[in-house]
Design a protein around this ligand. Structure first.
Ligand code: SP5
Ligand code: ZN
Length: 348
């Protein structure tokens, strides 16, 4: 499969994240993309650098003020506090209910409260450059697919699906899957479907397209009653306005095994078949793997071959975008298994 990768991902390399009141080594680490890239090369997949500038697409999926915040964030943080490996922007206040999220404070750390959903998304000097390169990679794969490639894979980090219209969170800054979907729309696909199979609900992608009829969103994920991101991803979220009926959430209990997971996948795929989508974006989180350190589904490496087969059977031009997956040693194998399952089925 044609794949896109850039070593610029390594510019995003914060040392620690904040978890249960202490600093722990980041789960979302540089080695993730390195191992996926190595597996792609080892298995003979074609790997190219990004060749599309995503700057035309970014304002179609993110707000201009959020993008300006993100681009300038590290310089403004340094002006406030000297850099140390572990020091991270941390908001003094967030605009929770009754506080006004529409009044953007002038103070940088207060802006973090407006533009970041959680306390577990560390950044560093290279975060913006890495995130931009990842969005460029997503736009590149979308171009290839819109020009006739059956499928393409974006081996990128940081991931994107928790990044909403105007906020970061969940290790995500720019929503690569939304960039790919929007780029496919811009290239002429009348309707696009996004299938999100990451363990965590893709709240950012859902929010970006929630009131749109041209991009359907289907997600299988850990039930938000117990799993991150907690505050979105319930089954009763079905879309609003023009988007009514175009959002499908399939929350599953922690501990779900492959058999139950694939039953839910069949529901999701049936919804996509009925959506009249002309192209597909897959938010490919691999944190559904049984040995993932922060997630609780029980898929095995061979199950990722099946996943690729089921997706290929939709018969749609497909962009795969890497999202989560923190069992780093197995990440390369699990990623190429999806791609090779897809290719085997697509060849039938
Ligand atoms: C893209 C993606 O997969 N983002 C996930 C963000 C999850 N952030 C919360 C991490 C909480 C870690 N829980 C660890 C439990 C270890 N026992
Ligand atoms: Zn995840």
């Amino acid at each position: 499969m044609r794949t896109v990768f850039t070593p610029l991902h390594a510019l995003h390399a914060p040392a620690t994240e904040f978890f249960r009141g202490e600093r722990v080594p980041c789960f979302e680490k540089v080695d993730r993309a390195r191992y996926v890239h190595e597996a792609l090369v080892a298995r003979g997949h074609r790997v190219d650098a990004p060749e599309v500038d995503s700057r035309a697409v970014l304002p179609q999926v993110h707000g201009e003020r959020y993008l300006a915040f993100l681009e300038s964030a590290w310089a403004r943080w340094l002006a406030l506090a000297p850099a140390t490996p572990e020091r991270q922007p941390c908001p003094p206040t967030r605009p929770i209910r009754t506080l006004r999220a529409d009044c953007e404070p002038a103070e940088f750390s207060a802006q973090v409260g407006v533009f970041c959903m959680d306390s577990g998304t560390p950044s560093c000097a290279g975060t913006w450059a890495a995130a931009q390169a990842g969005a460029d990679a997503a736009a590149t794969a979308a171009r290839w697919v819109s020009q006739g490639e059956r499928a393409a894979f974006v081996a990128t980090r940081p991931p994107g699906h928790h990044a909403g219209p105007d906020f970061m969170g969940g290790y995500c800054f720019l929503n690569n899957a939304a960039v790919a979907a929007q780029a496919l729309r811009n290239a002429g696909a009348a309707r696009v479907a996004v299938l999100d199979v990451d363990y965590h609900h893709g709240n950012g992608t859902q929010a970006i397209f929630y009131e749109r009829a041209d991009v359907a969103f289907v997600s299988l994920h850990g039930d938000p009653r117990t799993e991150f991101p907690f505050f979105l991803g319930h089954a009763d979220e079905t879309g609003a306005g023009a988007g009514r009926g175009h959002n499908l959430n399939l929350p599953l209990p922690a501990g779900t095994d492959a058999q139950s997971w694939f039953q839910a996948l069949a529901h999701g795929l049936a919804h996509i078949r009925q959506s009249h989508a002309q192209a597909l974006v897959v938010s490919l989180g691999l944190d559904t793997f049984e040995n993932d350190p922060i997630s609780k589904f029980r898929l095995r490496s061979d199950d990722f071959l099946r996943l690729g087969e089921r997706i290929a059977a939709l018969g749609l031009p497909t962009v795969f975008v890497l999202e989560g997956g923190y069992a780093v040693d197995a990440l390369g194998l699990n990623a190429v298994n999806v791609l090779e399952g897809f290719e085997a089925q697509a060849a039938v």
